[in-house]
Design a protein around this ligand. Structure first.
Ligand code: NAP
Length: 461
């Protein structure tokens, strides 16, 4: 243990040899895990507890004292106790005067109390310097060392010196402190661990809605229609054929929806003649979840690839192929190769392969580990230029797949067009509008507006 401690001290940014004692109130899961980590990093730890009896769970190098005794031994006290028990601190106000109190608490619900737990703590002990930290790190991660997903520690507080002391501890534990400002930020920090994939809600609900719509649409066209008119049972299409219609449609529509808000924003800016007016809320929110929309689209595209790969081993496909061969044998004739169809089929496959390749590249560049290593211009090049190229290739893949069937009456069942035709509406609109927007007569004013020029300046000099 001693060897570990000295190693950690050597690596830590704080150059002083001796670490200051840290007091932790509460010997619960979090207090113990944090204490354990601090001892590993070379900090002497003293616990303040209602019971001074040590147990095998408490790190063996730590002392356990009463709250008052423990508080006197350290300048920094971590309050690893639920908020509802904070009132036991009021009688200790005198001892805690001038100390740094670290609030690590979380709530069960977003905005559960009118004020944050950290602000409540500073009201209870007005003489102390309260700092919010560590609440987004779990006891399990601290104990098991699995901190990869939660290396960032949000820190906020009104006293700069106190905040600095806490940030030094955070760094010494091998974590990354992120200064979030004054204690006013505490409520937001307390809400972070309670949020459930906030940026994913819209993409997921939208894809669920679209999946349901296209599923029933394809069911009507491909299963119910043949059953009603030809008494053919194609219900097994539900397993592979219909999903393989829905996945590419969703991939293409969602990819187009990644680029649609940018196009709308450009139109709004051109119309207003300024970039200094806020976009409507719905557009702001839409723009913020474009990465998630793109990743969901990529997931559907990958499923489409997998479904397509199993096509040749489907019993229906093998039955249809052998039927075609048998009918040629019976007729004693060989169908000649239709060059136009061969071209269409190869081109549509080639466009699909290239589109999917670029789609995967886009997905890879959106990973933080990759995007952190490219500069802003490179990131924009990949996400915008390559993104549009992906959209063009995927749209072309679908258009060529349609080939000459768009106007054929047999493509319509109960006046309903094929699913892939519907999927082309939004991508084609986005591409056409984008094409219009890059015309010099619109691109030039738009670039000026984005550089700060205003048609009717609000504040003229
Ligand atoms: P816990 O296991 O319930 O422990 C809380 C400790 O508070 C108890 O062990 C007890 O310590 C003390 N306590 C309980 N009732 C008390 C009372 N009436 N008066 C004074 N002290 C009392 O909770 P925990 O999981 O360690 O969480 C502690 C704090 O850390 C919470 O605010 C939580 O939101 C926050 N947190 C926890 C995690 C996590 O992964 N668990 C992650 C981030 C933040 P003594 O018996 O020693 O007095």
């Amino acid at each position: 243990m001693k060897k570990n401690s000295s190693n950690a001290m050597a690596l830590a940014p704080n150059t002083s040899n001796k670490r200051e004692t840290v007091c932790i109130f509460g010997t619960g899961d979090f207090g113990r895990a944090l204490g354990h980590k601090m001892i590993q990093s070379g900090y002497p730890v003293v616990f303040g507890s209602r019971s001074t009896q040590t147990s095998s769970l408490i790190p063996k190098d730590a002392e356990v004292l009463s709250h008052a005794e423990a508080a006197q031994k350290a300048a920094i006290i971590v309050i690893a106790i639920q908020r509802q028990h904070y009132n036991f601190l009021t009688p200790l106000a005198e001892i805690l005067h001038g100390k740094v109190l670290v609030d690590v608490s979380n709530n069960l619900k977003i905005n559960q109390y009118p004020e944050s737990n950290a602000e409540y703590l500073s009201q209870l002990v007005p003489g102390a310097k309260v700092v919010k930290a560590f609440n987004t790190v779990s006891a399990w991660a601290l104990q098991s060392g699995a901190l990869d997903a939660s290396r960032q520690v949000f820190v906020c507080g009104d006293d700069m010196e106190a905040k600095q002391m806490v940030m030094d501890i955070v760094r010494a534990l091998g974590l990354t402190p992120l200064d979030q400002g004054s204690l006013l930020a505490a409520q937001e920090i307390e809400n972070y661990p309670l949020q459930l994939f906030p940026m994913w809600k819209f993409p997921i609900f939208l894809s669920l809605g679209l999946t349901a719509f296209f599923f029933f649409y394809s069911l009507i066209r491909n299963v119910i229609y043949p059953y009603v008119y030809e008494k053919e049972d194609f219900s097994f299409f539900i397993a592979i054929s219909i999903p393989n219609k829905i996945c590419p449609v969703l991939a293409l529509v969602l990819l187009a929806l990644v680029y649609l808000p940018g196009v709308l924003a450009a139109i709004i800016q051109l119309y207003r003649g300024t970039k200094y007016r806020r976009f409507p809320d719905w557009l702001d929110k839409w723009m913020l979840c474009r990465k998630q929309l793109g990743l969901v689209a990529l997931a559907f595209a990958s499923l489409h690839v997998l479904y397509t790969l199993v096509m040749p081993i489907r019993s229906f496909v093998r039955w249809r192929t052998s039927n075609q061969i048998i009918s040629q044998v019976l007729k004693n004739s060989t169908e000649s190769l239709n060059i136009t169809y061969a071209w269409l089929s190869d081109s549509y496959l080639a466009l699909g392969i290239l589109g999917f390749f670029l789609f995967v590249l886009l997905g890879i560049t959106s990973l933080p580990s990759v995007s952190n290593n490219v500069n802003w211009r490179e990131f924009r090049f990949v996400q915008s230029k390559l993104g549009y190229l992906t959209l063009i290739l995927c749209t072309a893949h679908t258009l060529v797949y349609g080939g000459n069937r768009f106007l054929s009456p047999s493509s319509y069942r109960w006046y309903l067009p094929n699913t892939y035709m519907l999927s082309l509406i939004i991508p084609c609109i986005v591409l056409v509008v984008k094409f219009v927007l890059i015309l010099p007569c619109l691109d030039k004013p738009l670039t000026r507006i984005r550089q700060g020029w205003e048609r009717n300046p609000q504040y003229s000099e």
